[in-house]
Design a protein around this ligand. Structure first.
Ligand code: SIN
Length: 530
C-alpha cells in the first residue's frame, strides 16, 4: 500500500465523485457503460481499446444461443475443460447471463454475424460440444466489439476517460479502497496524481508479457494483479497460465495468433517430416484441450522437428474467412493457401488473478475487479475457448448492478472536462530487469515445469524484486512471484499447470489455490528448501 505522504495533491480534473475504473479494455469499458449515468473515471495507459487483449480476440464470445444448445451443455463443457476445479455456481451464472450480454453488445452496435434468417450465426471451437461461438466477420470479433464500445464510451457524458495514465498503486483509508495513484506522460518523470472516488474497479487484463512468446499486447504484464496483491487482496489460482498452441512462429513480439477456429474448420498439425503428430496423443487430435495440443507442439519444437498448421484443404477463401490471420501471414511472407503456417505455443490467457465473488467484489472493501485480471473460478485450470470475453462482460455488468445498488441513486453525471489524453504512452520492456524476468518465466514456468527449474525461477525472481527500485516493476514482479510460488506449491499436474516431475493429477489437489501475498511470502522458505 502506498505511503500517502509521498504524493502531491490531486491535479486531476475535478468533477463528481466517481467510480474509478482502471483499464480501457472490454471489461473496463463495459462496466463504465453499464454504470451510466453514474459518474465514472476510466484510467488507461494506452488509448482505450488499444493495448487491450480483448481487441485482439479473433474467435468470439461463447453463448448457448444456437439451435439445440443449452445452458447446461455450456456449463458441462466448461467444467470438463477446467479439469476439476471450475466453480460450478460461477459458470452457471455466466452461461445463464450470456444471451443477455450478447444482446447488450448488439445494442451498443456490435455487428455479430447472422444467418440468412437473421438469427445469430454460431460456430464451433475445440472442447465445445455444440456450435456456440458468436463471431464477427470470421475472426474480427475482438476488434469489432472494442470499436463499438469505444464509440459508445466517447458518447457517454457520465464517463471521463484519462488516457496515458499509468496506475501504480491503490489508496486505502481505514481499510477501504478509495482511489489510485497514477502518473501520466508514460508513467515516468511527471509527479503522481492521487485520484479518489467512491470505489475502484480493476480491469487491467492479463500477464502474457511475463513470457518471451505471447499473443498479448505489451501492457499485459500483470501490473494490476500485483498492485492488488501488494494492497493485501486475496488472490486465486495463480499457477494456471494458458498457452495457446498456435501462435504464428515468425519471431514477432507479441506473436500473432492463428485462431483455434482454423482447427475447428479442419486444419491439421504436422511436423517437418509431415507427420500428423497429434493423432497418437489424443483421440480428438488437433481438437484436444488446449493444454494437450500446446504440449504436443512444444515437444515437436524441442525435438527440432518444428510444427506447422496445414490449412490448405480446410480453408477455401482465407482472405474472407479469416482476414486477420491472412493479414498476419501476408505480413510475414507466408501464403497459407500454398504452405503451412509455422506455429509455436504462446502465453495467451491467465486463469489466475484477483479473487472475486459472483458480483466482482474482491476481499478488500471498496475494491472490485473484472476481466482477465480476476480469478472468478469460471475457468478452473484451463479456460474453454471464447469464455474469456463472456466472463468480462458478465461480471463487469454484475459489478455495475451491485455498485448501483450500493451507492444509491444520484443525478446523472456530466464531466465538464471530458477526456484527457497525453501524447506519450507507456513504452514497454522499459525496466532493465524485464528481459531477465521474461527469460526465467519462459524457461521454468512455461508449458512444462519441474521442481528444480521452478525453484531456480523463484530464486531469480526474488533477486530481481530486490533490485527493482520501481513501483511499477514491483507490481509486475509480485505477480511473477505469486505464479512461481503457487506453481511450486501445487504438487501435481492439472490443466495449464504441467509438471514433468509430477505428471498426474492428485485427488488431494482437486481444489483452487486461494492466498494473500503475505501467505505466499510465508511459505517461500519451505518451497526453496525442498
Ligand atoms: C482463438 O481464437 O483461438 C482464441 C480464442 C480464445 O482464446 O478464447
Amino acid at each position: 500500500m502506498t505511503s500517502l505522504a509521498l504524493y502531491s495533491p490531486p491535479r486531476a480534473p475535478k468533477g463528481p465523485e466517481s467510480v474509478i475504473i482502471v483499464g480501457g479494455g472490454l471489461a473496463g469499458l463495459f462496466c463504465a457503460l453499464k454504470l451510466a449515468p453514474k459518474a465514472v473515471t476510466v484510467l488507461a495507459a494506452a488509448p482505450i481499446g488499444r493495448g487491450a487483449s480483448s481487441a485482439w480476440a479473433q474467435a468470439g464470445i461463447a453463448a448457448a444461443v444456437g439451435p439445440g444448445d443449452t445452458i447446461e451443455s455450456h456449463v458441462t463443457d466448461t467444467i470438463i475443460a477446467g479439469d476439476g476445479i471450475v466453480d460450478e455456481a460461477i459458470i452457471r451464472t455466466m452461461a445463464k447471463e450470456a444471451s443477455g450480454r450478447i444482446h447488450d453488445l448488439l445494442d451498443y452496435g456490435v455487428p455479430f454475424d447472422r444467418d440468412l434468417e437473421g438469427h445469430l450465426s454460431v460456430s464451433r471451437e475445440a472442447a465445445h460440444s455444440q456450435n456456440r461461438i458468436v463471431r464477427v466477420r470470421g475472426d474480427m470479433a475482438g476488434r469489432a466489439i472494442m470499436e463499438a464500445l469505444v464509440a459508445a464510451v466517447r458518447k457517454t457524458p457520465s464517463i471521463r476517460v484519462l488516457e496515458g495514465y499509468v496506475v501504480e498503486d491503490l489508496i486505502a483509508e481505514n481499510g477501504q479502497v478509495t482511489g489510485v495513484v497514477a502518473r501520466d506522460k508514460a508513467g515516468s518523470g511527471a509527479e503522481p496524481h492521487r485520484i479518489t472516488g467512491s470505489n475502484v474497479v480493476m480491469a487491467t487484463g492479463g500477464i502474457g508479457h511475463l513470457y518471451e512468446v505471447t499473443t498479448n499486447p505489451t501492457e499485459a504484464r500483470g501490473g494490476g494483479i500485483g498492485m492488488a496483491a501488494r494492497a493485501g487482496a486475496r488472490m486465486a489460482d495463480m499457477e494456471f497460465v494458458q498457452f495457446h498452441p498456435t501462435a504464428i512462429n515468425v519471431g514477432k513480439d507479441p506473436a500473432p495468433l492463428a485462431t483455434e477456429a482454423l482447427r475447428g474448420h479442419g486444419a491439421t498439425l504436422h511436423n517437418k517430416a509431415g507427420e500428423r503428430f497429434m493423432l497418437p496423443l489424443h483421440p480428438d487430435a488437433e481438437l484436444a484441450p488446449r493444454d494437450v495440443v500446446a504440449r504436443g507442439i512444444f515437444a515437436e519444437i524441442r525435438a527440432g522437428r518444428g510444427a506447422g498448421l496445414d490449412c490448405r484443404t480446410a480453408v477455401h477463401d482465407f482472405a474472407s474467412e479469416f482476414p486477420t490471420v491472412f493479414g498476419y501471414c501476408q505480413a510475414a511472407g507466408i501464403d497459407p493457401a500454398r504452405e503451412m503456417i509455422p506455429v509455436i505455443p504462446a502465453a495467451h490467457y491467465f486463469m489466475g488473478g484477483i479473487w472475486t465473488d459472483v458480483n466482482g467484489r474482491t476481499s478488500l472493501p471498496g475494491f472490485w475487479a473484472c476481466g482477465e485480471c480476476t480469478s472468478t473460478g469460471a475457468h478452473g485450470a484451463n479456460r474453454l475457448a471464447s469464455n474469456s470475453l463472456l466472463e468480462a462482460v458478465v461480471f463487469s455488468a454484475r459489478i455495475a448492478e451491485a455498485l448501483k445498488a450500493e451507492i444509491g441513486p444520484d443525478a446523472p453525471a456530466t464531466w465538464q472536462d471530458g477526456s484527457v489524453t497525453t501524447t506519450e504512452y507507456l513504452t514497454e520492456n522499459d525496466h532493465p530487469n524485464m528481459v531477465a524476468l521474461r527469460q526465467v518465466m519462459s524457461a521454468h514456468l512455461g508449458v512444462l515445469r519441474d521442481g528444480a527449474g521452478m525453484r531456480e525461477a523463484l530464486d531469480t525472481i526474488l533477486q530481481l524484486a530486490r533490485d527493482s527500485h520501481s513501483v511499477r516493476f514491483d507490481n509486475v514482479i509480485t505477480t511473477a512471484k505469486l505464479i512461481a510460488v503457487c506453481a511450486l506449491n501445487r504438487i501435481e499436474s492439472r490443466g495449464g499447470h504441467f509438471r514433468t516431475d509430477y505428471p498426474e493429477e492428485q485427488a488431494e489437489w482437486k481444489r483452487r489455490t486461494l492466498l494473500t501475498l503475505e501467505q505466499a511470502d510465508a511459505i517461500i522458505p519451505d518451497l526453496l528448501e525442498d
